[in-house]
Design a binder for this molecule. Structure first.
Ligand code: SF4
Ligand code: SF4
Length: 64
């Protein structure tokens, strides 16, 4: 599952784009965009967002 951005919370600080190892996150016109084909689901961006705008929902299959 790639991260979900809550656009209402995002302040376009750029932290998530800076921390993303494969460079999957871009800021375009202050809107955060995540390239699903590049995202490695590491979760770093979730920990770096100062306003808690990023979440990852893990698949149910991990709940065993
Ligand atoms: S989960 Fe990792 S790879 Fe995916 S967008 Fe966030 S920092 Fe980048
Ligand atoms: S770290 Fe959070 S507030 Fe900053 S650009 Fe990314 S989603 Fe927006």
């Amino acid at each position: 599952m790639i991260p979900i951005i809550e656009k209402e919370k995002c302040t376009a600080c750029g932290n998530c784009a800076d921390i993303c190892p494969p460079g999957a996150i871009t800021l375009d016109n202050e809107a955060v965009c995540i390239a699903a084909d590049l995202c490695e689901e590491c979760g770093f961006c979730v920990t770096q967002c100062p306003v808690g705008a990023i979440t990852i929902r893990f698949p149910m299959s991990l709940d065993r």
